[in-house]
Each structure stands twice: as structure tokens, then as C-alpha cells.
Design a protein around this ligand. Structure first.
Ligand code: SF4
Length: 505
């Protein structure tokens, strides 16, 4: 058995969807897999294209033709790497999996682009991982001490080495053995010569769904990928579930880690997932509208217009407008062609990134009292620029409402968060935040309001129904790699735990 690896550097690191100010949390990865498919690679490329919002720096697809594994990887978007018939023809076979990624854990570079591949004693092993292993450094140090030689700096490679060194007879058992040692978040698609294995961590922090297209079984980070390839959503891969699919179409479900109360990432509802996806059994679009309606109830505002910060604030703004009875209007127009870095003609233009991306609808907002709705505030720099833009366009009052609680903590589960000292809500209480973004008033939805909006009566304090650690600081797993280190979270001079109640200033 052999692996062919085509590495392509195409595209660059500046992309139309990328937030130029780094002022959004970013999902780091999306995964897709297809087995028993006549067009496994083409389906995977199309599925990954629908998941492009989850990672835009690099993409990889590995296929299996019954004998060999073939990989093709590149920097840039899916379309830049996998839209040609030639690229797909390089990836033959009835099974393929792929991955889109940002590069936080492990850094950029082709060697970290997934699926990662290894020749094990049992044969080829290709793995695509969404999430982050919070004890990867500890495990890696141990493995290196025992003689393992790592090819990449990706945390995912730890799983490969744990599988390689496990003494269980089958690959599935070795994978279970390996994952028992792993902490953190993972949604995995693994390919072996026997078939495909999909697995989600016991808490189900990162999403993974199963679909069907004719005789082929598909897995994806989000259901929207199935819509795009014309497949049917079957169900979520359950937290802690391992699904094995062979080349005869047999599907076997195991729960090797026992059942624990799940803690899926609540930020999928707020921002990460596409609004046309389903997450945790709910339409993401409807959940976002419900968040906006809850926000309107908790933090009403005497204004003329409800204005979304495009595009992610739109569903919550619709919900806010419907609940409050205030007209919803597009007071900010987004350009969809802002990707490239331009040679800046002047110093002033260097600061105009936000204006190239968003522009005020001057004729609409002049002389009006408006409330801006955004999904979250991370650093606050974009919020400030947008408030200033609205004032320059003549808005008489600019209020700000946020469809998530204050983001005051870093994520260690596969989401690119700035270090904690850069998070506005980690540095400031509500009134200083309002002053920083120069809004007339500022309010965030409460953590209980967010839970109500996504279908829970209230947050169960003893066992929350979701991971909400970036709001509450209550991490659902151990963070072994951080233990004993100078954790930036702890260096900040907090006297109180950040307040996650609904607050208005
Ligand atoms: Fe999601 Fe926040 Fe938990 Fe990370 S810390 S998994 S972003 S809820």
C-alpha cells in the first residue's frame, strides 16, 4: 500500500471572508467524508466548499482507491485547489475525506494540512480532525520520550502515534484505546483499508453529522454540506459515538467511552455554523432569530431602526426587530470583494479596511436613532469603527446590542481566540466597554437568555447543557497542557469572575 501526496501552494492567506481586524472568533476546521461513492473526491470537494467558512487557509483531500491512499493538499480556498477535473482525477476511489482549516494549533504550512496520513502496521491511516486536544503537548512529550518521531506540529498527529503504539488488534480498538487518553474536543473522520470511522468526543463539543446520498454514507461538520451535495441529513453523530462504515455499506455504532451529559459548543448557534445548518437538533437560523428576540426582551431600546452588522448579525437583528416592533433595515452594506490586500495610497486608507468591507447606508441612517445588532464582541475594534461610521453617516443615536454574553475567556477546543488580554470583555466591565466602542448604550444577552433562546429553560449551573466556557470560564474538560504553566487567563488582575448576566450601560 502506498500513498501519493500532491502538495500545492496555490492562493494566499488573504481571503474575502477573513476578518481583516482579527475581530471575530474563528472556527479552525471543517471536515467531510464520503464512502461507497462513485464520486467520493468530487463530493468531498463540494462538501468542503460548503464548509469553507470554517477554515480558509488550507485544504486537503485524501482518497482510497482500494489499494492506495492518495492525498492532495494546498494552501488557500477549496475552489483554488479542487475545482478542476484534473485535481479530482488525481484522487480516484470510492472513499475520500477532506479538511479545511485555519492554522492555530500547529501553525501554517503544508505539513500540517489534513487529512494527516500514516502507514501503520495495520495499513494506511488517514485522519481529519476538527477540534483541539487540550493535553496534546503532554501526550506528545511522553510519546517523543518513548521514541515517536513526529512529522508535523499538529495536535492531531498525537492520535496517530497513540494508535500506532496501541497493542489492541484492530484499528478501531486501537483508535478507542488512543482516544481514551485524549482530552478536549474532537470530531474525527478516519479512513483505513477497511472503511471509514467517524467519531465525536464524549462531550460532543465540536459538531459532526451523518448523511446519505444513494448508497454512499457521508459525514460532515455541518448539515449545510449535505444540502450542497444533494444528500439527506440522517442524524448527528452522538457525543462519544464511534460509527464504522465498511465497503459493503454496513454501519456499526459504538459508544466506547460510556455516556456523559453532552456539552456542544454554544457558539455554533451564535456564530460559527452557517445559518442554513442544523445544530443540536435545531435550525441555526431560527436559533439566531430567537436569540435576537430574547435580546430585545432583555435589553429594549427606544430607536427608529434595527440595523444588523452584516452578515453574522442579520438573523439576530431580524429576531430583535420582530420582537420589538422596530423596523429592520440594512443600514450597513457589505462589500463581498474585499479579500485582497491593496497597496495603500495613504495613511488614512490603511485604516479603511472596515470601510472597504462595510459602508454606511447614509440616506437611511442620517438623522435616525439606531440599534446595531452583532453576534459578539471580541476585541471591540470593529465595533468601534462601525459605531463611528454610523455617526459619521449622520445617525443621531447609536446603540449596540450583542447576541452573546461578553466573550471574556479563551477557547481551548479548536476555536481561534485572541489571547485573553486582547478580549475586550476580559479587560473591561460594561460601562468602559461602552465608552471604548463609543456607543450611546451597550447590552449583551444574558447567559440564561442565550440558553432560553436555544431551547433550554435555563442554564443548569451544576451541569450546563452546552460548553459556554468563553463566556463563563467554566471549561468542561481538564486543560492539562495549561496546568502548571503561566496561564494568561490567570495573569490578568481580576478581582471578580467576569459577569455573564445581562448587563446594560
Ligand atoms: Fe465554543 Fe466557547 Fe466552548 Fe470554545 S469555549 S467550544 S467557542 S463555547
Amino acid at each position: 500500500m502506498a500513498q501519493t501526496d500532491f502538495g500545492h501552494f496555490s492562493g494566499n492567506f488573504t481571503h474575502p471572508f477573513l476578518d481583516e481586524d482579527g475581530d471575530k472568533l474563528r472556527e479552525e476546521c471543517g471536515v467531510f467524508g464520503a464512502i461507497n461513492s462513485e464520486d467520493a473526491s468530487a463530493t468531498t470537494a463540494l462538501g468542503l466548499h460548503a464548509l469553507q467558512h470554517r477554515g480558509q487557509e488550507a485544504v486537503g483531500i485524501t482518497s482510497f482507491d482500494g489499494k492506495d491512499f492518495i492525498s492532495r493538499r494546498g494552501l488557500g480556498h477549496v475552489a483554488e485547489n479542487f475545482s478542476s477535473a484534473e485535481a479530482i482525477a488525481e484522487l480516484p476511489g470510492s472513499m475520500a475525506s477532506g479538511h479545511v482549516r485555519y492554522s492555530t494549533t500547529g501553525g501554517a504550512g503544508l505539513r500540517n494540512v489534513q487529512p494527516l496520513y500514516a502507514e501503520l502496521a495495520s495499513g494506511g491511516f488517514a485522519i481529519a480532525h476538527n477540534g483541539n486536544i487540550s493535553n496534546a503537548q503532554t501526550l506528545r512529550k511522553d510519546l517523543v520520550g518513548k521514541g515517536s518521531i513526529f512529522q508535523s506540529t499538529s495536535d492531531t498527529e498525537v492520535i496517530i502515534h497513540l494508535v500506532a503504539t496501541s497493542r489492541y488488534p484492530t484499528v478501531a480498538d486501537r483508535l478507542i484505546d488512543a482516544l481514551r487518553l485524549v482530552e478536549g474536543a474532537y470530531a474525527l473522520i478516519v479512513m483505513t483499508p477497511e472503511g471509514m470511522i467517524a467519531c465525536r468526543d464524549p462531550l460532543g463539543i465540536r459538531p459532526l453529522v451523518m448523511g446519505k446520498l444513494g448508497d454512499s454514507v457521508l459525514f460532515a461538520s455541518e448539515s449545510v454540506a449535505f444540502d450542497v451535495v444533494g444528500a439527506e441529513l440522517i442524524r448527528e453523530v452522538e457525543p462519544g459515538e464511534m460509527l464504522q462504515v465498511d465497503f459493503n455499506g454496513n454501519i456499526k455504532s459504538l459508544h466506547p467511552f460510556g455516556k456523559t451529559a453532552p456539552r456542544p459548543c454554544i457558539f455554533e448557534h451564535v456564530y460559527f455554523s452557517r445559518p442554513d445548518s442544523y445544530f443540536a437538533g435545531q435550525s441555526v437560523y431560527e436559533a439566531r432569530k430567537a436569540i435576537g428576540a430574547e435580546l430585545a426582551t432583555e435589553a429594549p431600546c427606544d430607536v427608529d431602526l434595527v440595523v444588523p452588522v452584516p452578515d453574522s448579525g442579520v438573523p439576530a437583528a431580524i429576531g430583535y426587530a420582530q420582537q420589538s416592533g422596530v423596523p429592520f433595515e440594512l443600514g450597513i452594506i457589505r462589500s463581498h470583494y474585499v479579500g485582497r490586500t491593496f497597496i495603500q495610497p495613504s495613511d488614512a486608507a490603511r485604516h479603511s479596511g472596515v470601510k472597504r468591507k462595510h459602508n454606511a447606508n447614509r440616506g437611511l441612517v442620517a438623522g435616525k436613532k439606531i440599534v446595531l445588532i452583532d453576534d459578539s464582541i471580541v476585541r471591540g475594534t470593529t465595533s468601534l469603527k462601525i459605531v463611528e461610521m454610523m455617526r459619521e453617516a449622520g445617525a443621531s443615536e447609536v446603540h449596540f446590542r450583542v447576541a452573546s454574553p461578553p466573550t471574556a475567556h479563551s477557547c481551548f477546543y479548536g476555536v481561534d481566540t485572541p489571547e485573553r488580554s486582547k478580549l475586550l470583555a476580559a479587560r473591561m466591565d460594561l460601562e468602559p466597554m461602552r465608552e471604548f466602542i463609543k456607543a450611546d448604550s451597550l447590552a449583551f444577552i444574558s447567559i440564561d437568555g442565550l440558553y432560553r433562546a436555544v431551547g433550554s429553560k435555563k442554564r443548569d449551573k451544576s451541569c450546563p447543557q452546552f460548553c459556554d466556557a468563553c463566556f463563563t470560564g467554566e471549561y468542561p474538560t481538564s486543560l492539562t497542557d495549561l496546568a502548571g504553566k503561566s496561564q494568561k487567563d490567570d495573569e490578568l488582575p481580576f478581582t471578580d469572575a467576569p459577569n455573564t448576566d445581562s448587563r446594560a450601560a
